[in-house]
Design a protein around this ligand. Structure first.
Ligand code: SF4
Length: 395
């Protein structure tokens, strides 16, 4: 490949305006990303040939260019080889276990307007934010179902679900669960620090898309329009000592190959800067919801499989998570090839575990509605164990 992909590492010129200059270790991803031309990410994908794919398959440590080769259309005939290697790497690093978790939706109140989401501010749906009793009831219902690891999810509404609300929820939930993760609005370093001290270990924060034009098109109102603030949120969480950071793109907003390359650049930047942190990757595909985006860009099951395998080959240490957005058949098929965590029995409406809430409160439709025990049984048939807590991550 003639030209390697890398984000510019030019230092900020803030010093010329009297502000301090960032050193290379302080450099945040958004600085470099602002100098990256989106269209340039298409070039390495177009240049891939058979030899590049075969080279990438042979390597132990893959470059960004190798990753480009593996997600390119030219790698499609090599899926079997990719699957074999992905499976081997996953078993070597993670053994035969997959961790289960459940999302706990605390609130569907949101101040933003995202074209693809049922929680958008202008959507007419019943808004609900759980109070203390309801949080406790959800916790009890999840414990009864066998969960010990939960992902706390909210819309993005500072006034309703700001740091005070989140901190209170964590205080109530931490004694009940071994692992707490958050998927909430981007916070400040200090706010992440508050939650970290209370025992939250892990952050999920998906950029949705790294394509500036697409980001502007789909984020139409609210603080989420600030792409840079979101881009730098994983670094703020890592600065606050979060142990694990999950990244991802929302597949369907723009070209998934270019977006995945951008995400790989982001991951490598973070790994270099925060070399003691652990990282994860998710692959949410757009699902029907009460939002208005009717025709998301399509990615086939085969392409999604290719993408997941490519991530595993790119980084054998990555936690690869698969949510209930995907159908049972797909989840069963991919489980043994590289996945290390799976959500289950997900209800995306606040209060939905303890009571039957109206489906109109949902963020998106769930595809895999199987019970935890059914998922467990299927994985056991494949020689895999579904575990409630992956304690060795965080000991
Ligand atoms: S994606 Fe997040 S920020 Fe956007 S409307 Fe939905 S909940 Fe709000």
């Amino acid at each position: 490949m003639s030209q390697s992909i890398q984000i510019s590492t030019k230092k900020s010129n803030e010093s010329s305006t009297g502000k301090r200059t960032q050193t290379s270790t302080e450099l945040n991803f958004a600085n470099g990303w602002s100098q990256q031309r989106w269209d340039d990410l298409a070039t390495p994908l177009k240049q891939v040939d058979d030899a590049a794919v075969q080279r990438a398959l042979q390597k132990d440590r893959l470059s960004i260019d190798d990753f480009a080769a593996l997600i390119s259309p030219q790698a499609q005939p090599y899926l079997e080889q990719m699957a074999e290697k992905a499976q081997r790497l996953t078993r070597q690093r993670f053994g035969h276990v997959i961790q289960s978790y459940a999302p706990l939706y605390l609130s569907n109140v949101c101040s933003n307007w995202c074209s693809y989401c049922g929680f958008s501010i202008h959507n007419k749906l019943r808004r609900k934010t759980l109070d203390n009793n309801e949080i406790d009831a959800e916790a009890e219902a999840l414990k009864k179902r066998g969960f010990d690891s939960v992902l706390l999810v909210t819309g993005e509404a500072e006034k309703t679900v700001g740091i005070d609300y989140l901190s209170n929820a964590v205080k109530r939930l931490k004694p009940k669960f071994s692992q707490l993760a958050i998927e909430v609005q981007p916070l400040t370093t200090e706010e992440y620090g508050v939650l970290r001290k209370q025992g939250v270990e892990s952050l999920s924060l998906y950029q949705e898309t790294y394509n500036p034009a697409s980001y502007a098109e789909h984020h139409r109102h609210g603080k989420k329009q600030d792409m840079v603030y979101r881009l730098n949120a994983p670094e703020r969480a890592a600065d606050a000592d979060f142990l694990k950071i999950n990244l991802g793109i929302l597949i369907g907003l723009t070209d998934w190959r270019q977006d995945s390359l951008a995400c790989a650049l982001h991951l490598r930047h973070l790994q270099k800067k925060y070399w003691t942190a652990r990282f994860g990757m998710s692959f949410p595909r757009l699902r029907p919801c009460a939002g208005e985006l009717e025709n998301p860009l399509h990615i086939s099951d085969r392409e999604l499989l290719q993408l997941i395998l490519a991530w595993r080959l790119f980084d054998a240490e990555l936690d690869l998570g698969l949510s209930t957005r995907e159908a049972p058949e797909f989840r069963n098929g991919i489980a043994r090839l590289g996945i290390t965590s799976m959500s289950a029995e997900s209800i995306t409406q606040p209060g939905g575990y303890a009571e039957d809430a109206a489906t109109a409160l949902e963020q998106f439709e769930v595809s895999d509605e199987r019970k935890l025990d059914d998922i467990k049984a299927n994985l056991e048939q494949q020689g895999l164990m579904l575990i409630a807590t992956d304690s060795h991550y965080f000991s």
